[in-house]
Design a protein around this ligand. Sequence first.
Ligand SMILES: [Zn+2]
Length: 210
Amino acid sequence: MSELQLRCELVRLARSLHERGYSAGSSGNISVRLADGVLMTPTNASLGALQPDRLSKLDAAWQLVSGDPPSKEIFLHRAFYESRPATGAIVHLHSTYGTALSCLADTDPNDCVPALTPYIVMRLGTVRLIPYVRPGDPGAGDFIRELRGNAHAVLLSNHGSVVAGKDLMSAGGAAEELEQAAKLLLTLRGLPVRLLSADQVSELNRIFAS
Ligand SMILES: [Zn+2]
């Protein structure tokens, strides 16, 4: 896919997420890997009103080469690309249910989303909770690097979600899956829940592992 096509696809995905309520105001940011760097949503930009030619283009050393200045949450993206080489795109959202789950005191930091459905297992894997840091603090990247590439979906404590995928569509789809999973968890809160068994999870990992 050409850089122009990727610019347009990123803008389309961002608008779709915004229009469906996943990113209020100027929250959330998205990036996609290019042959010679990364494209990222600019700082303080609404995901609903991006322009393809104003996206931040960063070179392989993460320096801005064209477009508006990048999101101040660039550290999250850089840490994922550098610790998971297969990453082609990243979606970060402050969506309601994912953020709610990131605020709950009893969310398991090593497994934020238990195996409620097969799609949680197949599309999210084990979701980890990153300790709180203020937005824009490079420390968030350090926490992601500490996962050593062993998670592609995380919650940032009291902040939101970050999901890496092989391309924009897969990162966007998994980000929506995480929001849906958090909504399910909160809907079921206080009710007796039947999770998938360890054998059922193993079967999914065996058959659908990519
Ligand atoms: Zn954020």
